[in-house]
Design a protein around this ligand. Structure first.
Ligand SMILES: Cc1cc2nc3c(=O)[nH]c(=O)nc-3n(C[C@H](O)[C@H](O)[C@H](O)COP(=O)(O)OP(=O)(O)OC[C@H]3O[C@@H](n4cnc5c(N)ncnc54)[C@H](O)[C@@H]3O)c2cc1C
Length: 341
């Protein structure tokens, strides 16, 4: 437990380190390893992955990787890439929604910037009939993210929006869920992937799982369903998956009352099993060059992944071509650091 906490802290720390990010993006040694959890660097690669998932009976939600962007010209590029992605989903008849981190479209600058940009994306989504999922980030952004979600619901009633809520945050079960459920919303319930203080978040798996189970029960209640609320459960946790299935059975609810969601590349057999059993399954498919923070959060969740990376890096280092690239990247970064000073 102690070691797991240290590892978690370390990898979440890495995910926010600018130099490591720069290194990962420019150095090709980690690129093949990142493919375990990332569909690729381009939209074409993500679309190919989604086509395969659709063939296997899974829907997808496509995320363009990136977060905490503060350069407005970069945000403009992200917005237009999301708009292109929406058109692509529509034109290629993919069974897919898009997932967005608000700090990728301006929340790190401020609400005005974020609202303007997310609205540009929502307008395109409205035009093409594509659903939008809003990811949840660190707790400092929770309040704003919920407010933006509410603004979107009001302004674009024809668009399907879903909001991710994190079970580890005290506020989720203390107030957010009930307030939102009064309005009839679609929620993606996840445990939470960031390092949060014990003042705001549960730290132990048992408590977090307990909150998840409680909220699954809540969304199966007749009065809650009747208000049009819909729950997607974003987890790979066998205990929670079993619990959700059991609740549906006990309440005699149809299997499509809940949607299961999993991350691309994880528990693939379980994804197929659930589809075969008749449950709704959606896979979160991230793509893009800014994969490092996402990848580090996956490391933080599961220390066993670290050995997978070490093995990959060692294999890469014995490959002469990759060794040359590492040195070249380090040299470029050194030069850039001198120029920045
Ligand atoms: C579709 C989806 C969307 C998400 N969106 C958000 C979001 O918006 N905001 C947010 O904070 N978090 C998000 N998360 C991440 C989530 O909060 C958890 O950090 C993550 O899902 C791990 O918790 P778990 O319940 O899946 O699995 P755990 O209980 O941590 O583990 C259960 C099993 O899942 C597998 N597993 C779990 N993690 C990994 C991994 N990294 N690598 C390999 N196998 C693994 C293992 O087999 C493990 O035994 C999302 C998760 C999913 C599935």
């Amino acid at each position: 437990m102690f070691l797991e906490n240290v590892m978690k802290k370390l990898f979440i720390g890495f995910s926010k380190n600018r130099l490591l990010n720069l290194f990962a993006v420019h150095c090709h040694i980690l690129h093949p390893i990142s493919r375990a959890f990332v569909a690729g660097e381009t939209m074409d690669e993500a679309v190919d992955v989604v086509k395969e998932l659709n063939k296997d009976g899974c829907a997808a939600t496509i995320d363009i990787l990136g977060e905490s962007v503060i350069a407005s010209e970069k945000i403009d590029e992200v917005v237009s890439e999301y708009q292109t992605l929406i058109r692509r989903i529509h034109d290629e008849k993919l069974r897919a929604s898009i997932s967005i981190k608000l700090s990728h479209v301006g929340l790190s600058i401020g609400r005005t910037c974020c609202d303007a940009n997310i609205c540009r994306i929502a307008e395109t989504a409205e035009q093409y009939g594509i659903a939008i999922e809003i990811d949840m980030e660190g707790s400092e952004d929770t309040e704003n993210t919920i407010e933006v979600f509410r603004m979107l619901l009001k302004k674009y009633p024809m668009v399907s929006f879903r909001l991710a809520l994190q079970a580890y945050l005290h506020r989720t079960h203390e107030c957010d869920i009930e307030k939102l459920a009064e309005e009839g919303v679609a929620i993606r319930l996840v445990k939470g992937a960031y390092k949060e203080s014990p003042l705001v978040a549960y730290q132990h798996m048992e408590s977090i799982r307990g909150v998840c189970a409680m909220l699954i029960n809540y969304f199966a209640r007749e009065d809650v369903c009747a208000r049009g609320n819909h729950l997607a459960i974003g987890t790979h946790d066998q205990i929670l998956i079993k619990h959700a299935k059991h609740v549906l059975e006990q309440m005699a609810l149809p299997k499509n009352t809940f949607e299961f969601q999993m991350l691309y590349g994880m528990c693939v057999q379980e994804q197929h099993r659930l589809v075969k059993e008749g449950y709704k399954m959606r896979i979160y498919v991230p793509y893009g060059t800014r994969w490092f923070p996402y990848f580090m959060r996956r490391m933080a969740e599961r220390p066993a992944n670290v050995w997978f990376v070490i093995r990959g890096v060692l294999r890469g280092l014995f490959d002469g071509e990759i060794r040359k690239r590492v040195f070249k990247t380090l040299k470029t970064m050194d030069k850039k650091a001198h120029q920045d000073r």
